[in-house]
Design a protein around this ligand. Structure first.
Ligand SMILES: *Cc1c(COP(=O)(O)O)cnc(C)c1O
Length: 361
């Protein structure tokens, strides 16, 4: 039958009417930028995460740049970032004037660890970007204990739970989210959010997203035109109450993969001890990944290697990544493969995927 790599549309079918109503509400209001929907969603999403403040921005990449600047990152500073991540985690650093410093990952969680971060800290390190990759949770508290500020890149981790039951978005100094349509909480276009419990930081981010101005009359610093818009906020407000249910669906699909014996065929992703990831992508590893890709292709099973070339090997990062050696990153880049994952992945679909993986031999 075949199984798609992800399914973002089925969960929204039941919400169609409510979504239409929300869109109409915005049309009727004739307020499209920084109005009541964005304010309400900022409050609701921050509360969901357990943070005091939310600042809606245009996308998850701007969210990182603006959050770093609001944390005081600038020219002369170093920002530690993993290389095994979506390119934007690192791309967002140079626009602040700071230098990206690439670190390695834990090969089983695919996230940064205290060891990989400690190895690259210098007196110039101003912040660490802890990416909660694939929905797993990076060990934020342990990294903070090294004496460095942490910005969580939580673009893939909406709905995940950290070991103490807290949520990504409230673990570091600040956190950033993306509402790109395919993420765990997706808009119908681009969108992003910064969450923090530091009021001053939130205020600086609010100013930066609007051209570096408090009052739209005086301009204190060079900022950005980067806002979440009212339509997207209204659409996201309809979906937010369903995020935990969708996250449970993702967790259940992960459990089904284990129960179906997938762990005997390939290496499964390991959750951070005590964490409960809402798997955004379900990424397995196999030394003969080409053979696995072929078998899944033949069976009509969705699969994708997201980060075959790690960020520090990308041409645009040559200046900062050129001579860096990151063995666990290189290995993950070579061996990883995302297989189907969604809130509505059924037991039967899981069995079909596992059978196809088994056929790779
Ligand atoms: C999607 C993503 C981003 C960027 O978000 P956009 O909204 O696409 O700009 C940043 N970091 C990670 C880890 C992501 O997955």
């Amino acid at each position: 039958m075949g199984v798609a790599l992800f399914d973002t549309s089925t969960p929204l079918i039941a919400l169609r009417e409510e979504l239409r109503g929300a869109i109409e509400r915005v049309l009727d209001s004739e307020r499209y930028i920084l109005g009541p929907e964005v304010s309400a969603f900022e409050r609701e999403f921050a509360a969901y995460c357990g943070a005091e403040h939310g600042v809606g921005v245009a996308n998850g990449t701007d969210a990182i740049t603006i959050a770093l600047r609001a944390m005081g990152v600038g020219p002369g500073d170093e920002v530690v970032v993993p290389s095994f991540t979506f390119y934007a985690s690192a791309e967002a650093i140079p626009p602040t004037g700071a230098t990206p410093v690439f670190c390695d990952i834990d090969p089983e969680t695919y996230c940064v660890s205290t060891e990989t971060v400690r190895a690259v800290l210098t007196p110039r390190t101003k912040a660490v970007i802890a990416v909660h990759l694939f929905g797993n949770v990076a060990p934020v508290a342990e990294i903070q204990a090294l004496g460095v500020a942490v910005l969580e890149d939580a673009a893939q981790a909406a709905g995940s739970l950290a070991p103490d039951g807290r949520r990504p978005g409230a673990l570091g100094t600040a956190a950033t989210f993306s509402f790109f349509p395919s993420k765990n909480l997706g808009a119908f276009g681009d969108g992003g959010m910064i969450t923090t419990s530091d009021e001053l930081l939130a205020e600086r981010a609010r100013t930066l997203r609007f051209h570096g101005s408090h009052d739209k009359i005086t301009y204190e610093q060079v900022g950005y035109n980067s806002r979440l818009d009212e339509l997207q906020a209204a659409i996201l407000r309809v979906q937010l109450p369903h995020l935990d249910g969708w996250a449970d669906g993702r967790r259940q699909a992960g459990r089904h993969y284990k129960e179906a014996g997938l762990g005997e065929l390939v290496r499964l992703p390991r959750a951070l001890d005590g964490a409960s990831p809402a798997w955004h992508l379900y990424v397995v590893a196999h030394p003969e990944v080409k053979r696995l890709e072929g078998a899944l292709e033949d069976a009509g099973i969705g699969h994708k290697a997201y980060y075959r070339t790690p960020v520090h090997r990308q041409a645009a990062m040559r200046e900062w990544g050129g001579d860096v050696e990151l063995p666990a990153t290189e290995q993950a880049a070579r061996m990883h493969l995302a297989i189907p994952m969604s809130p509505v992945l059924s037991r039967e679909q899981v069995d079909e995927v596992v059978a196809a993986v088994a056929s790779a031999g």
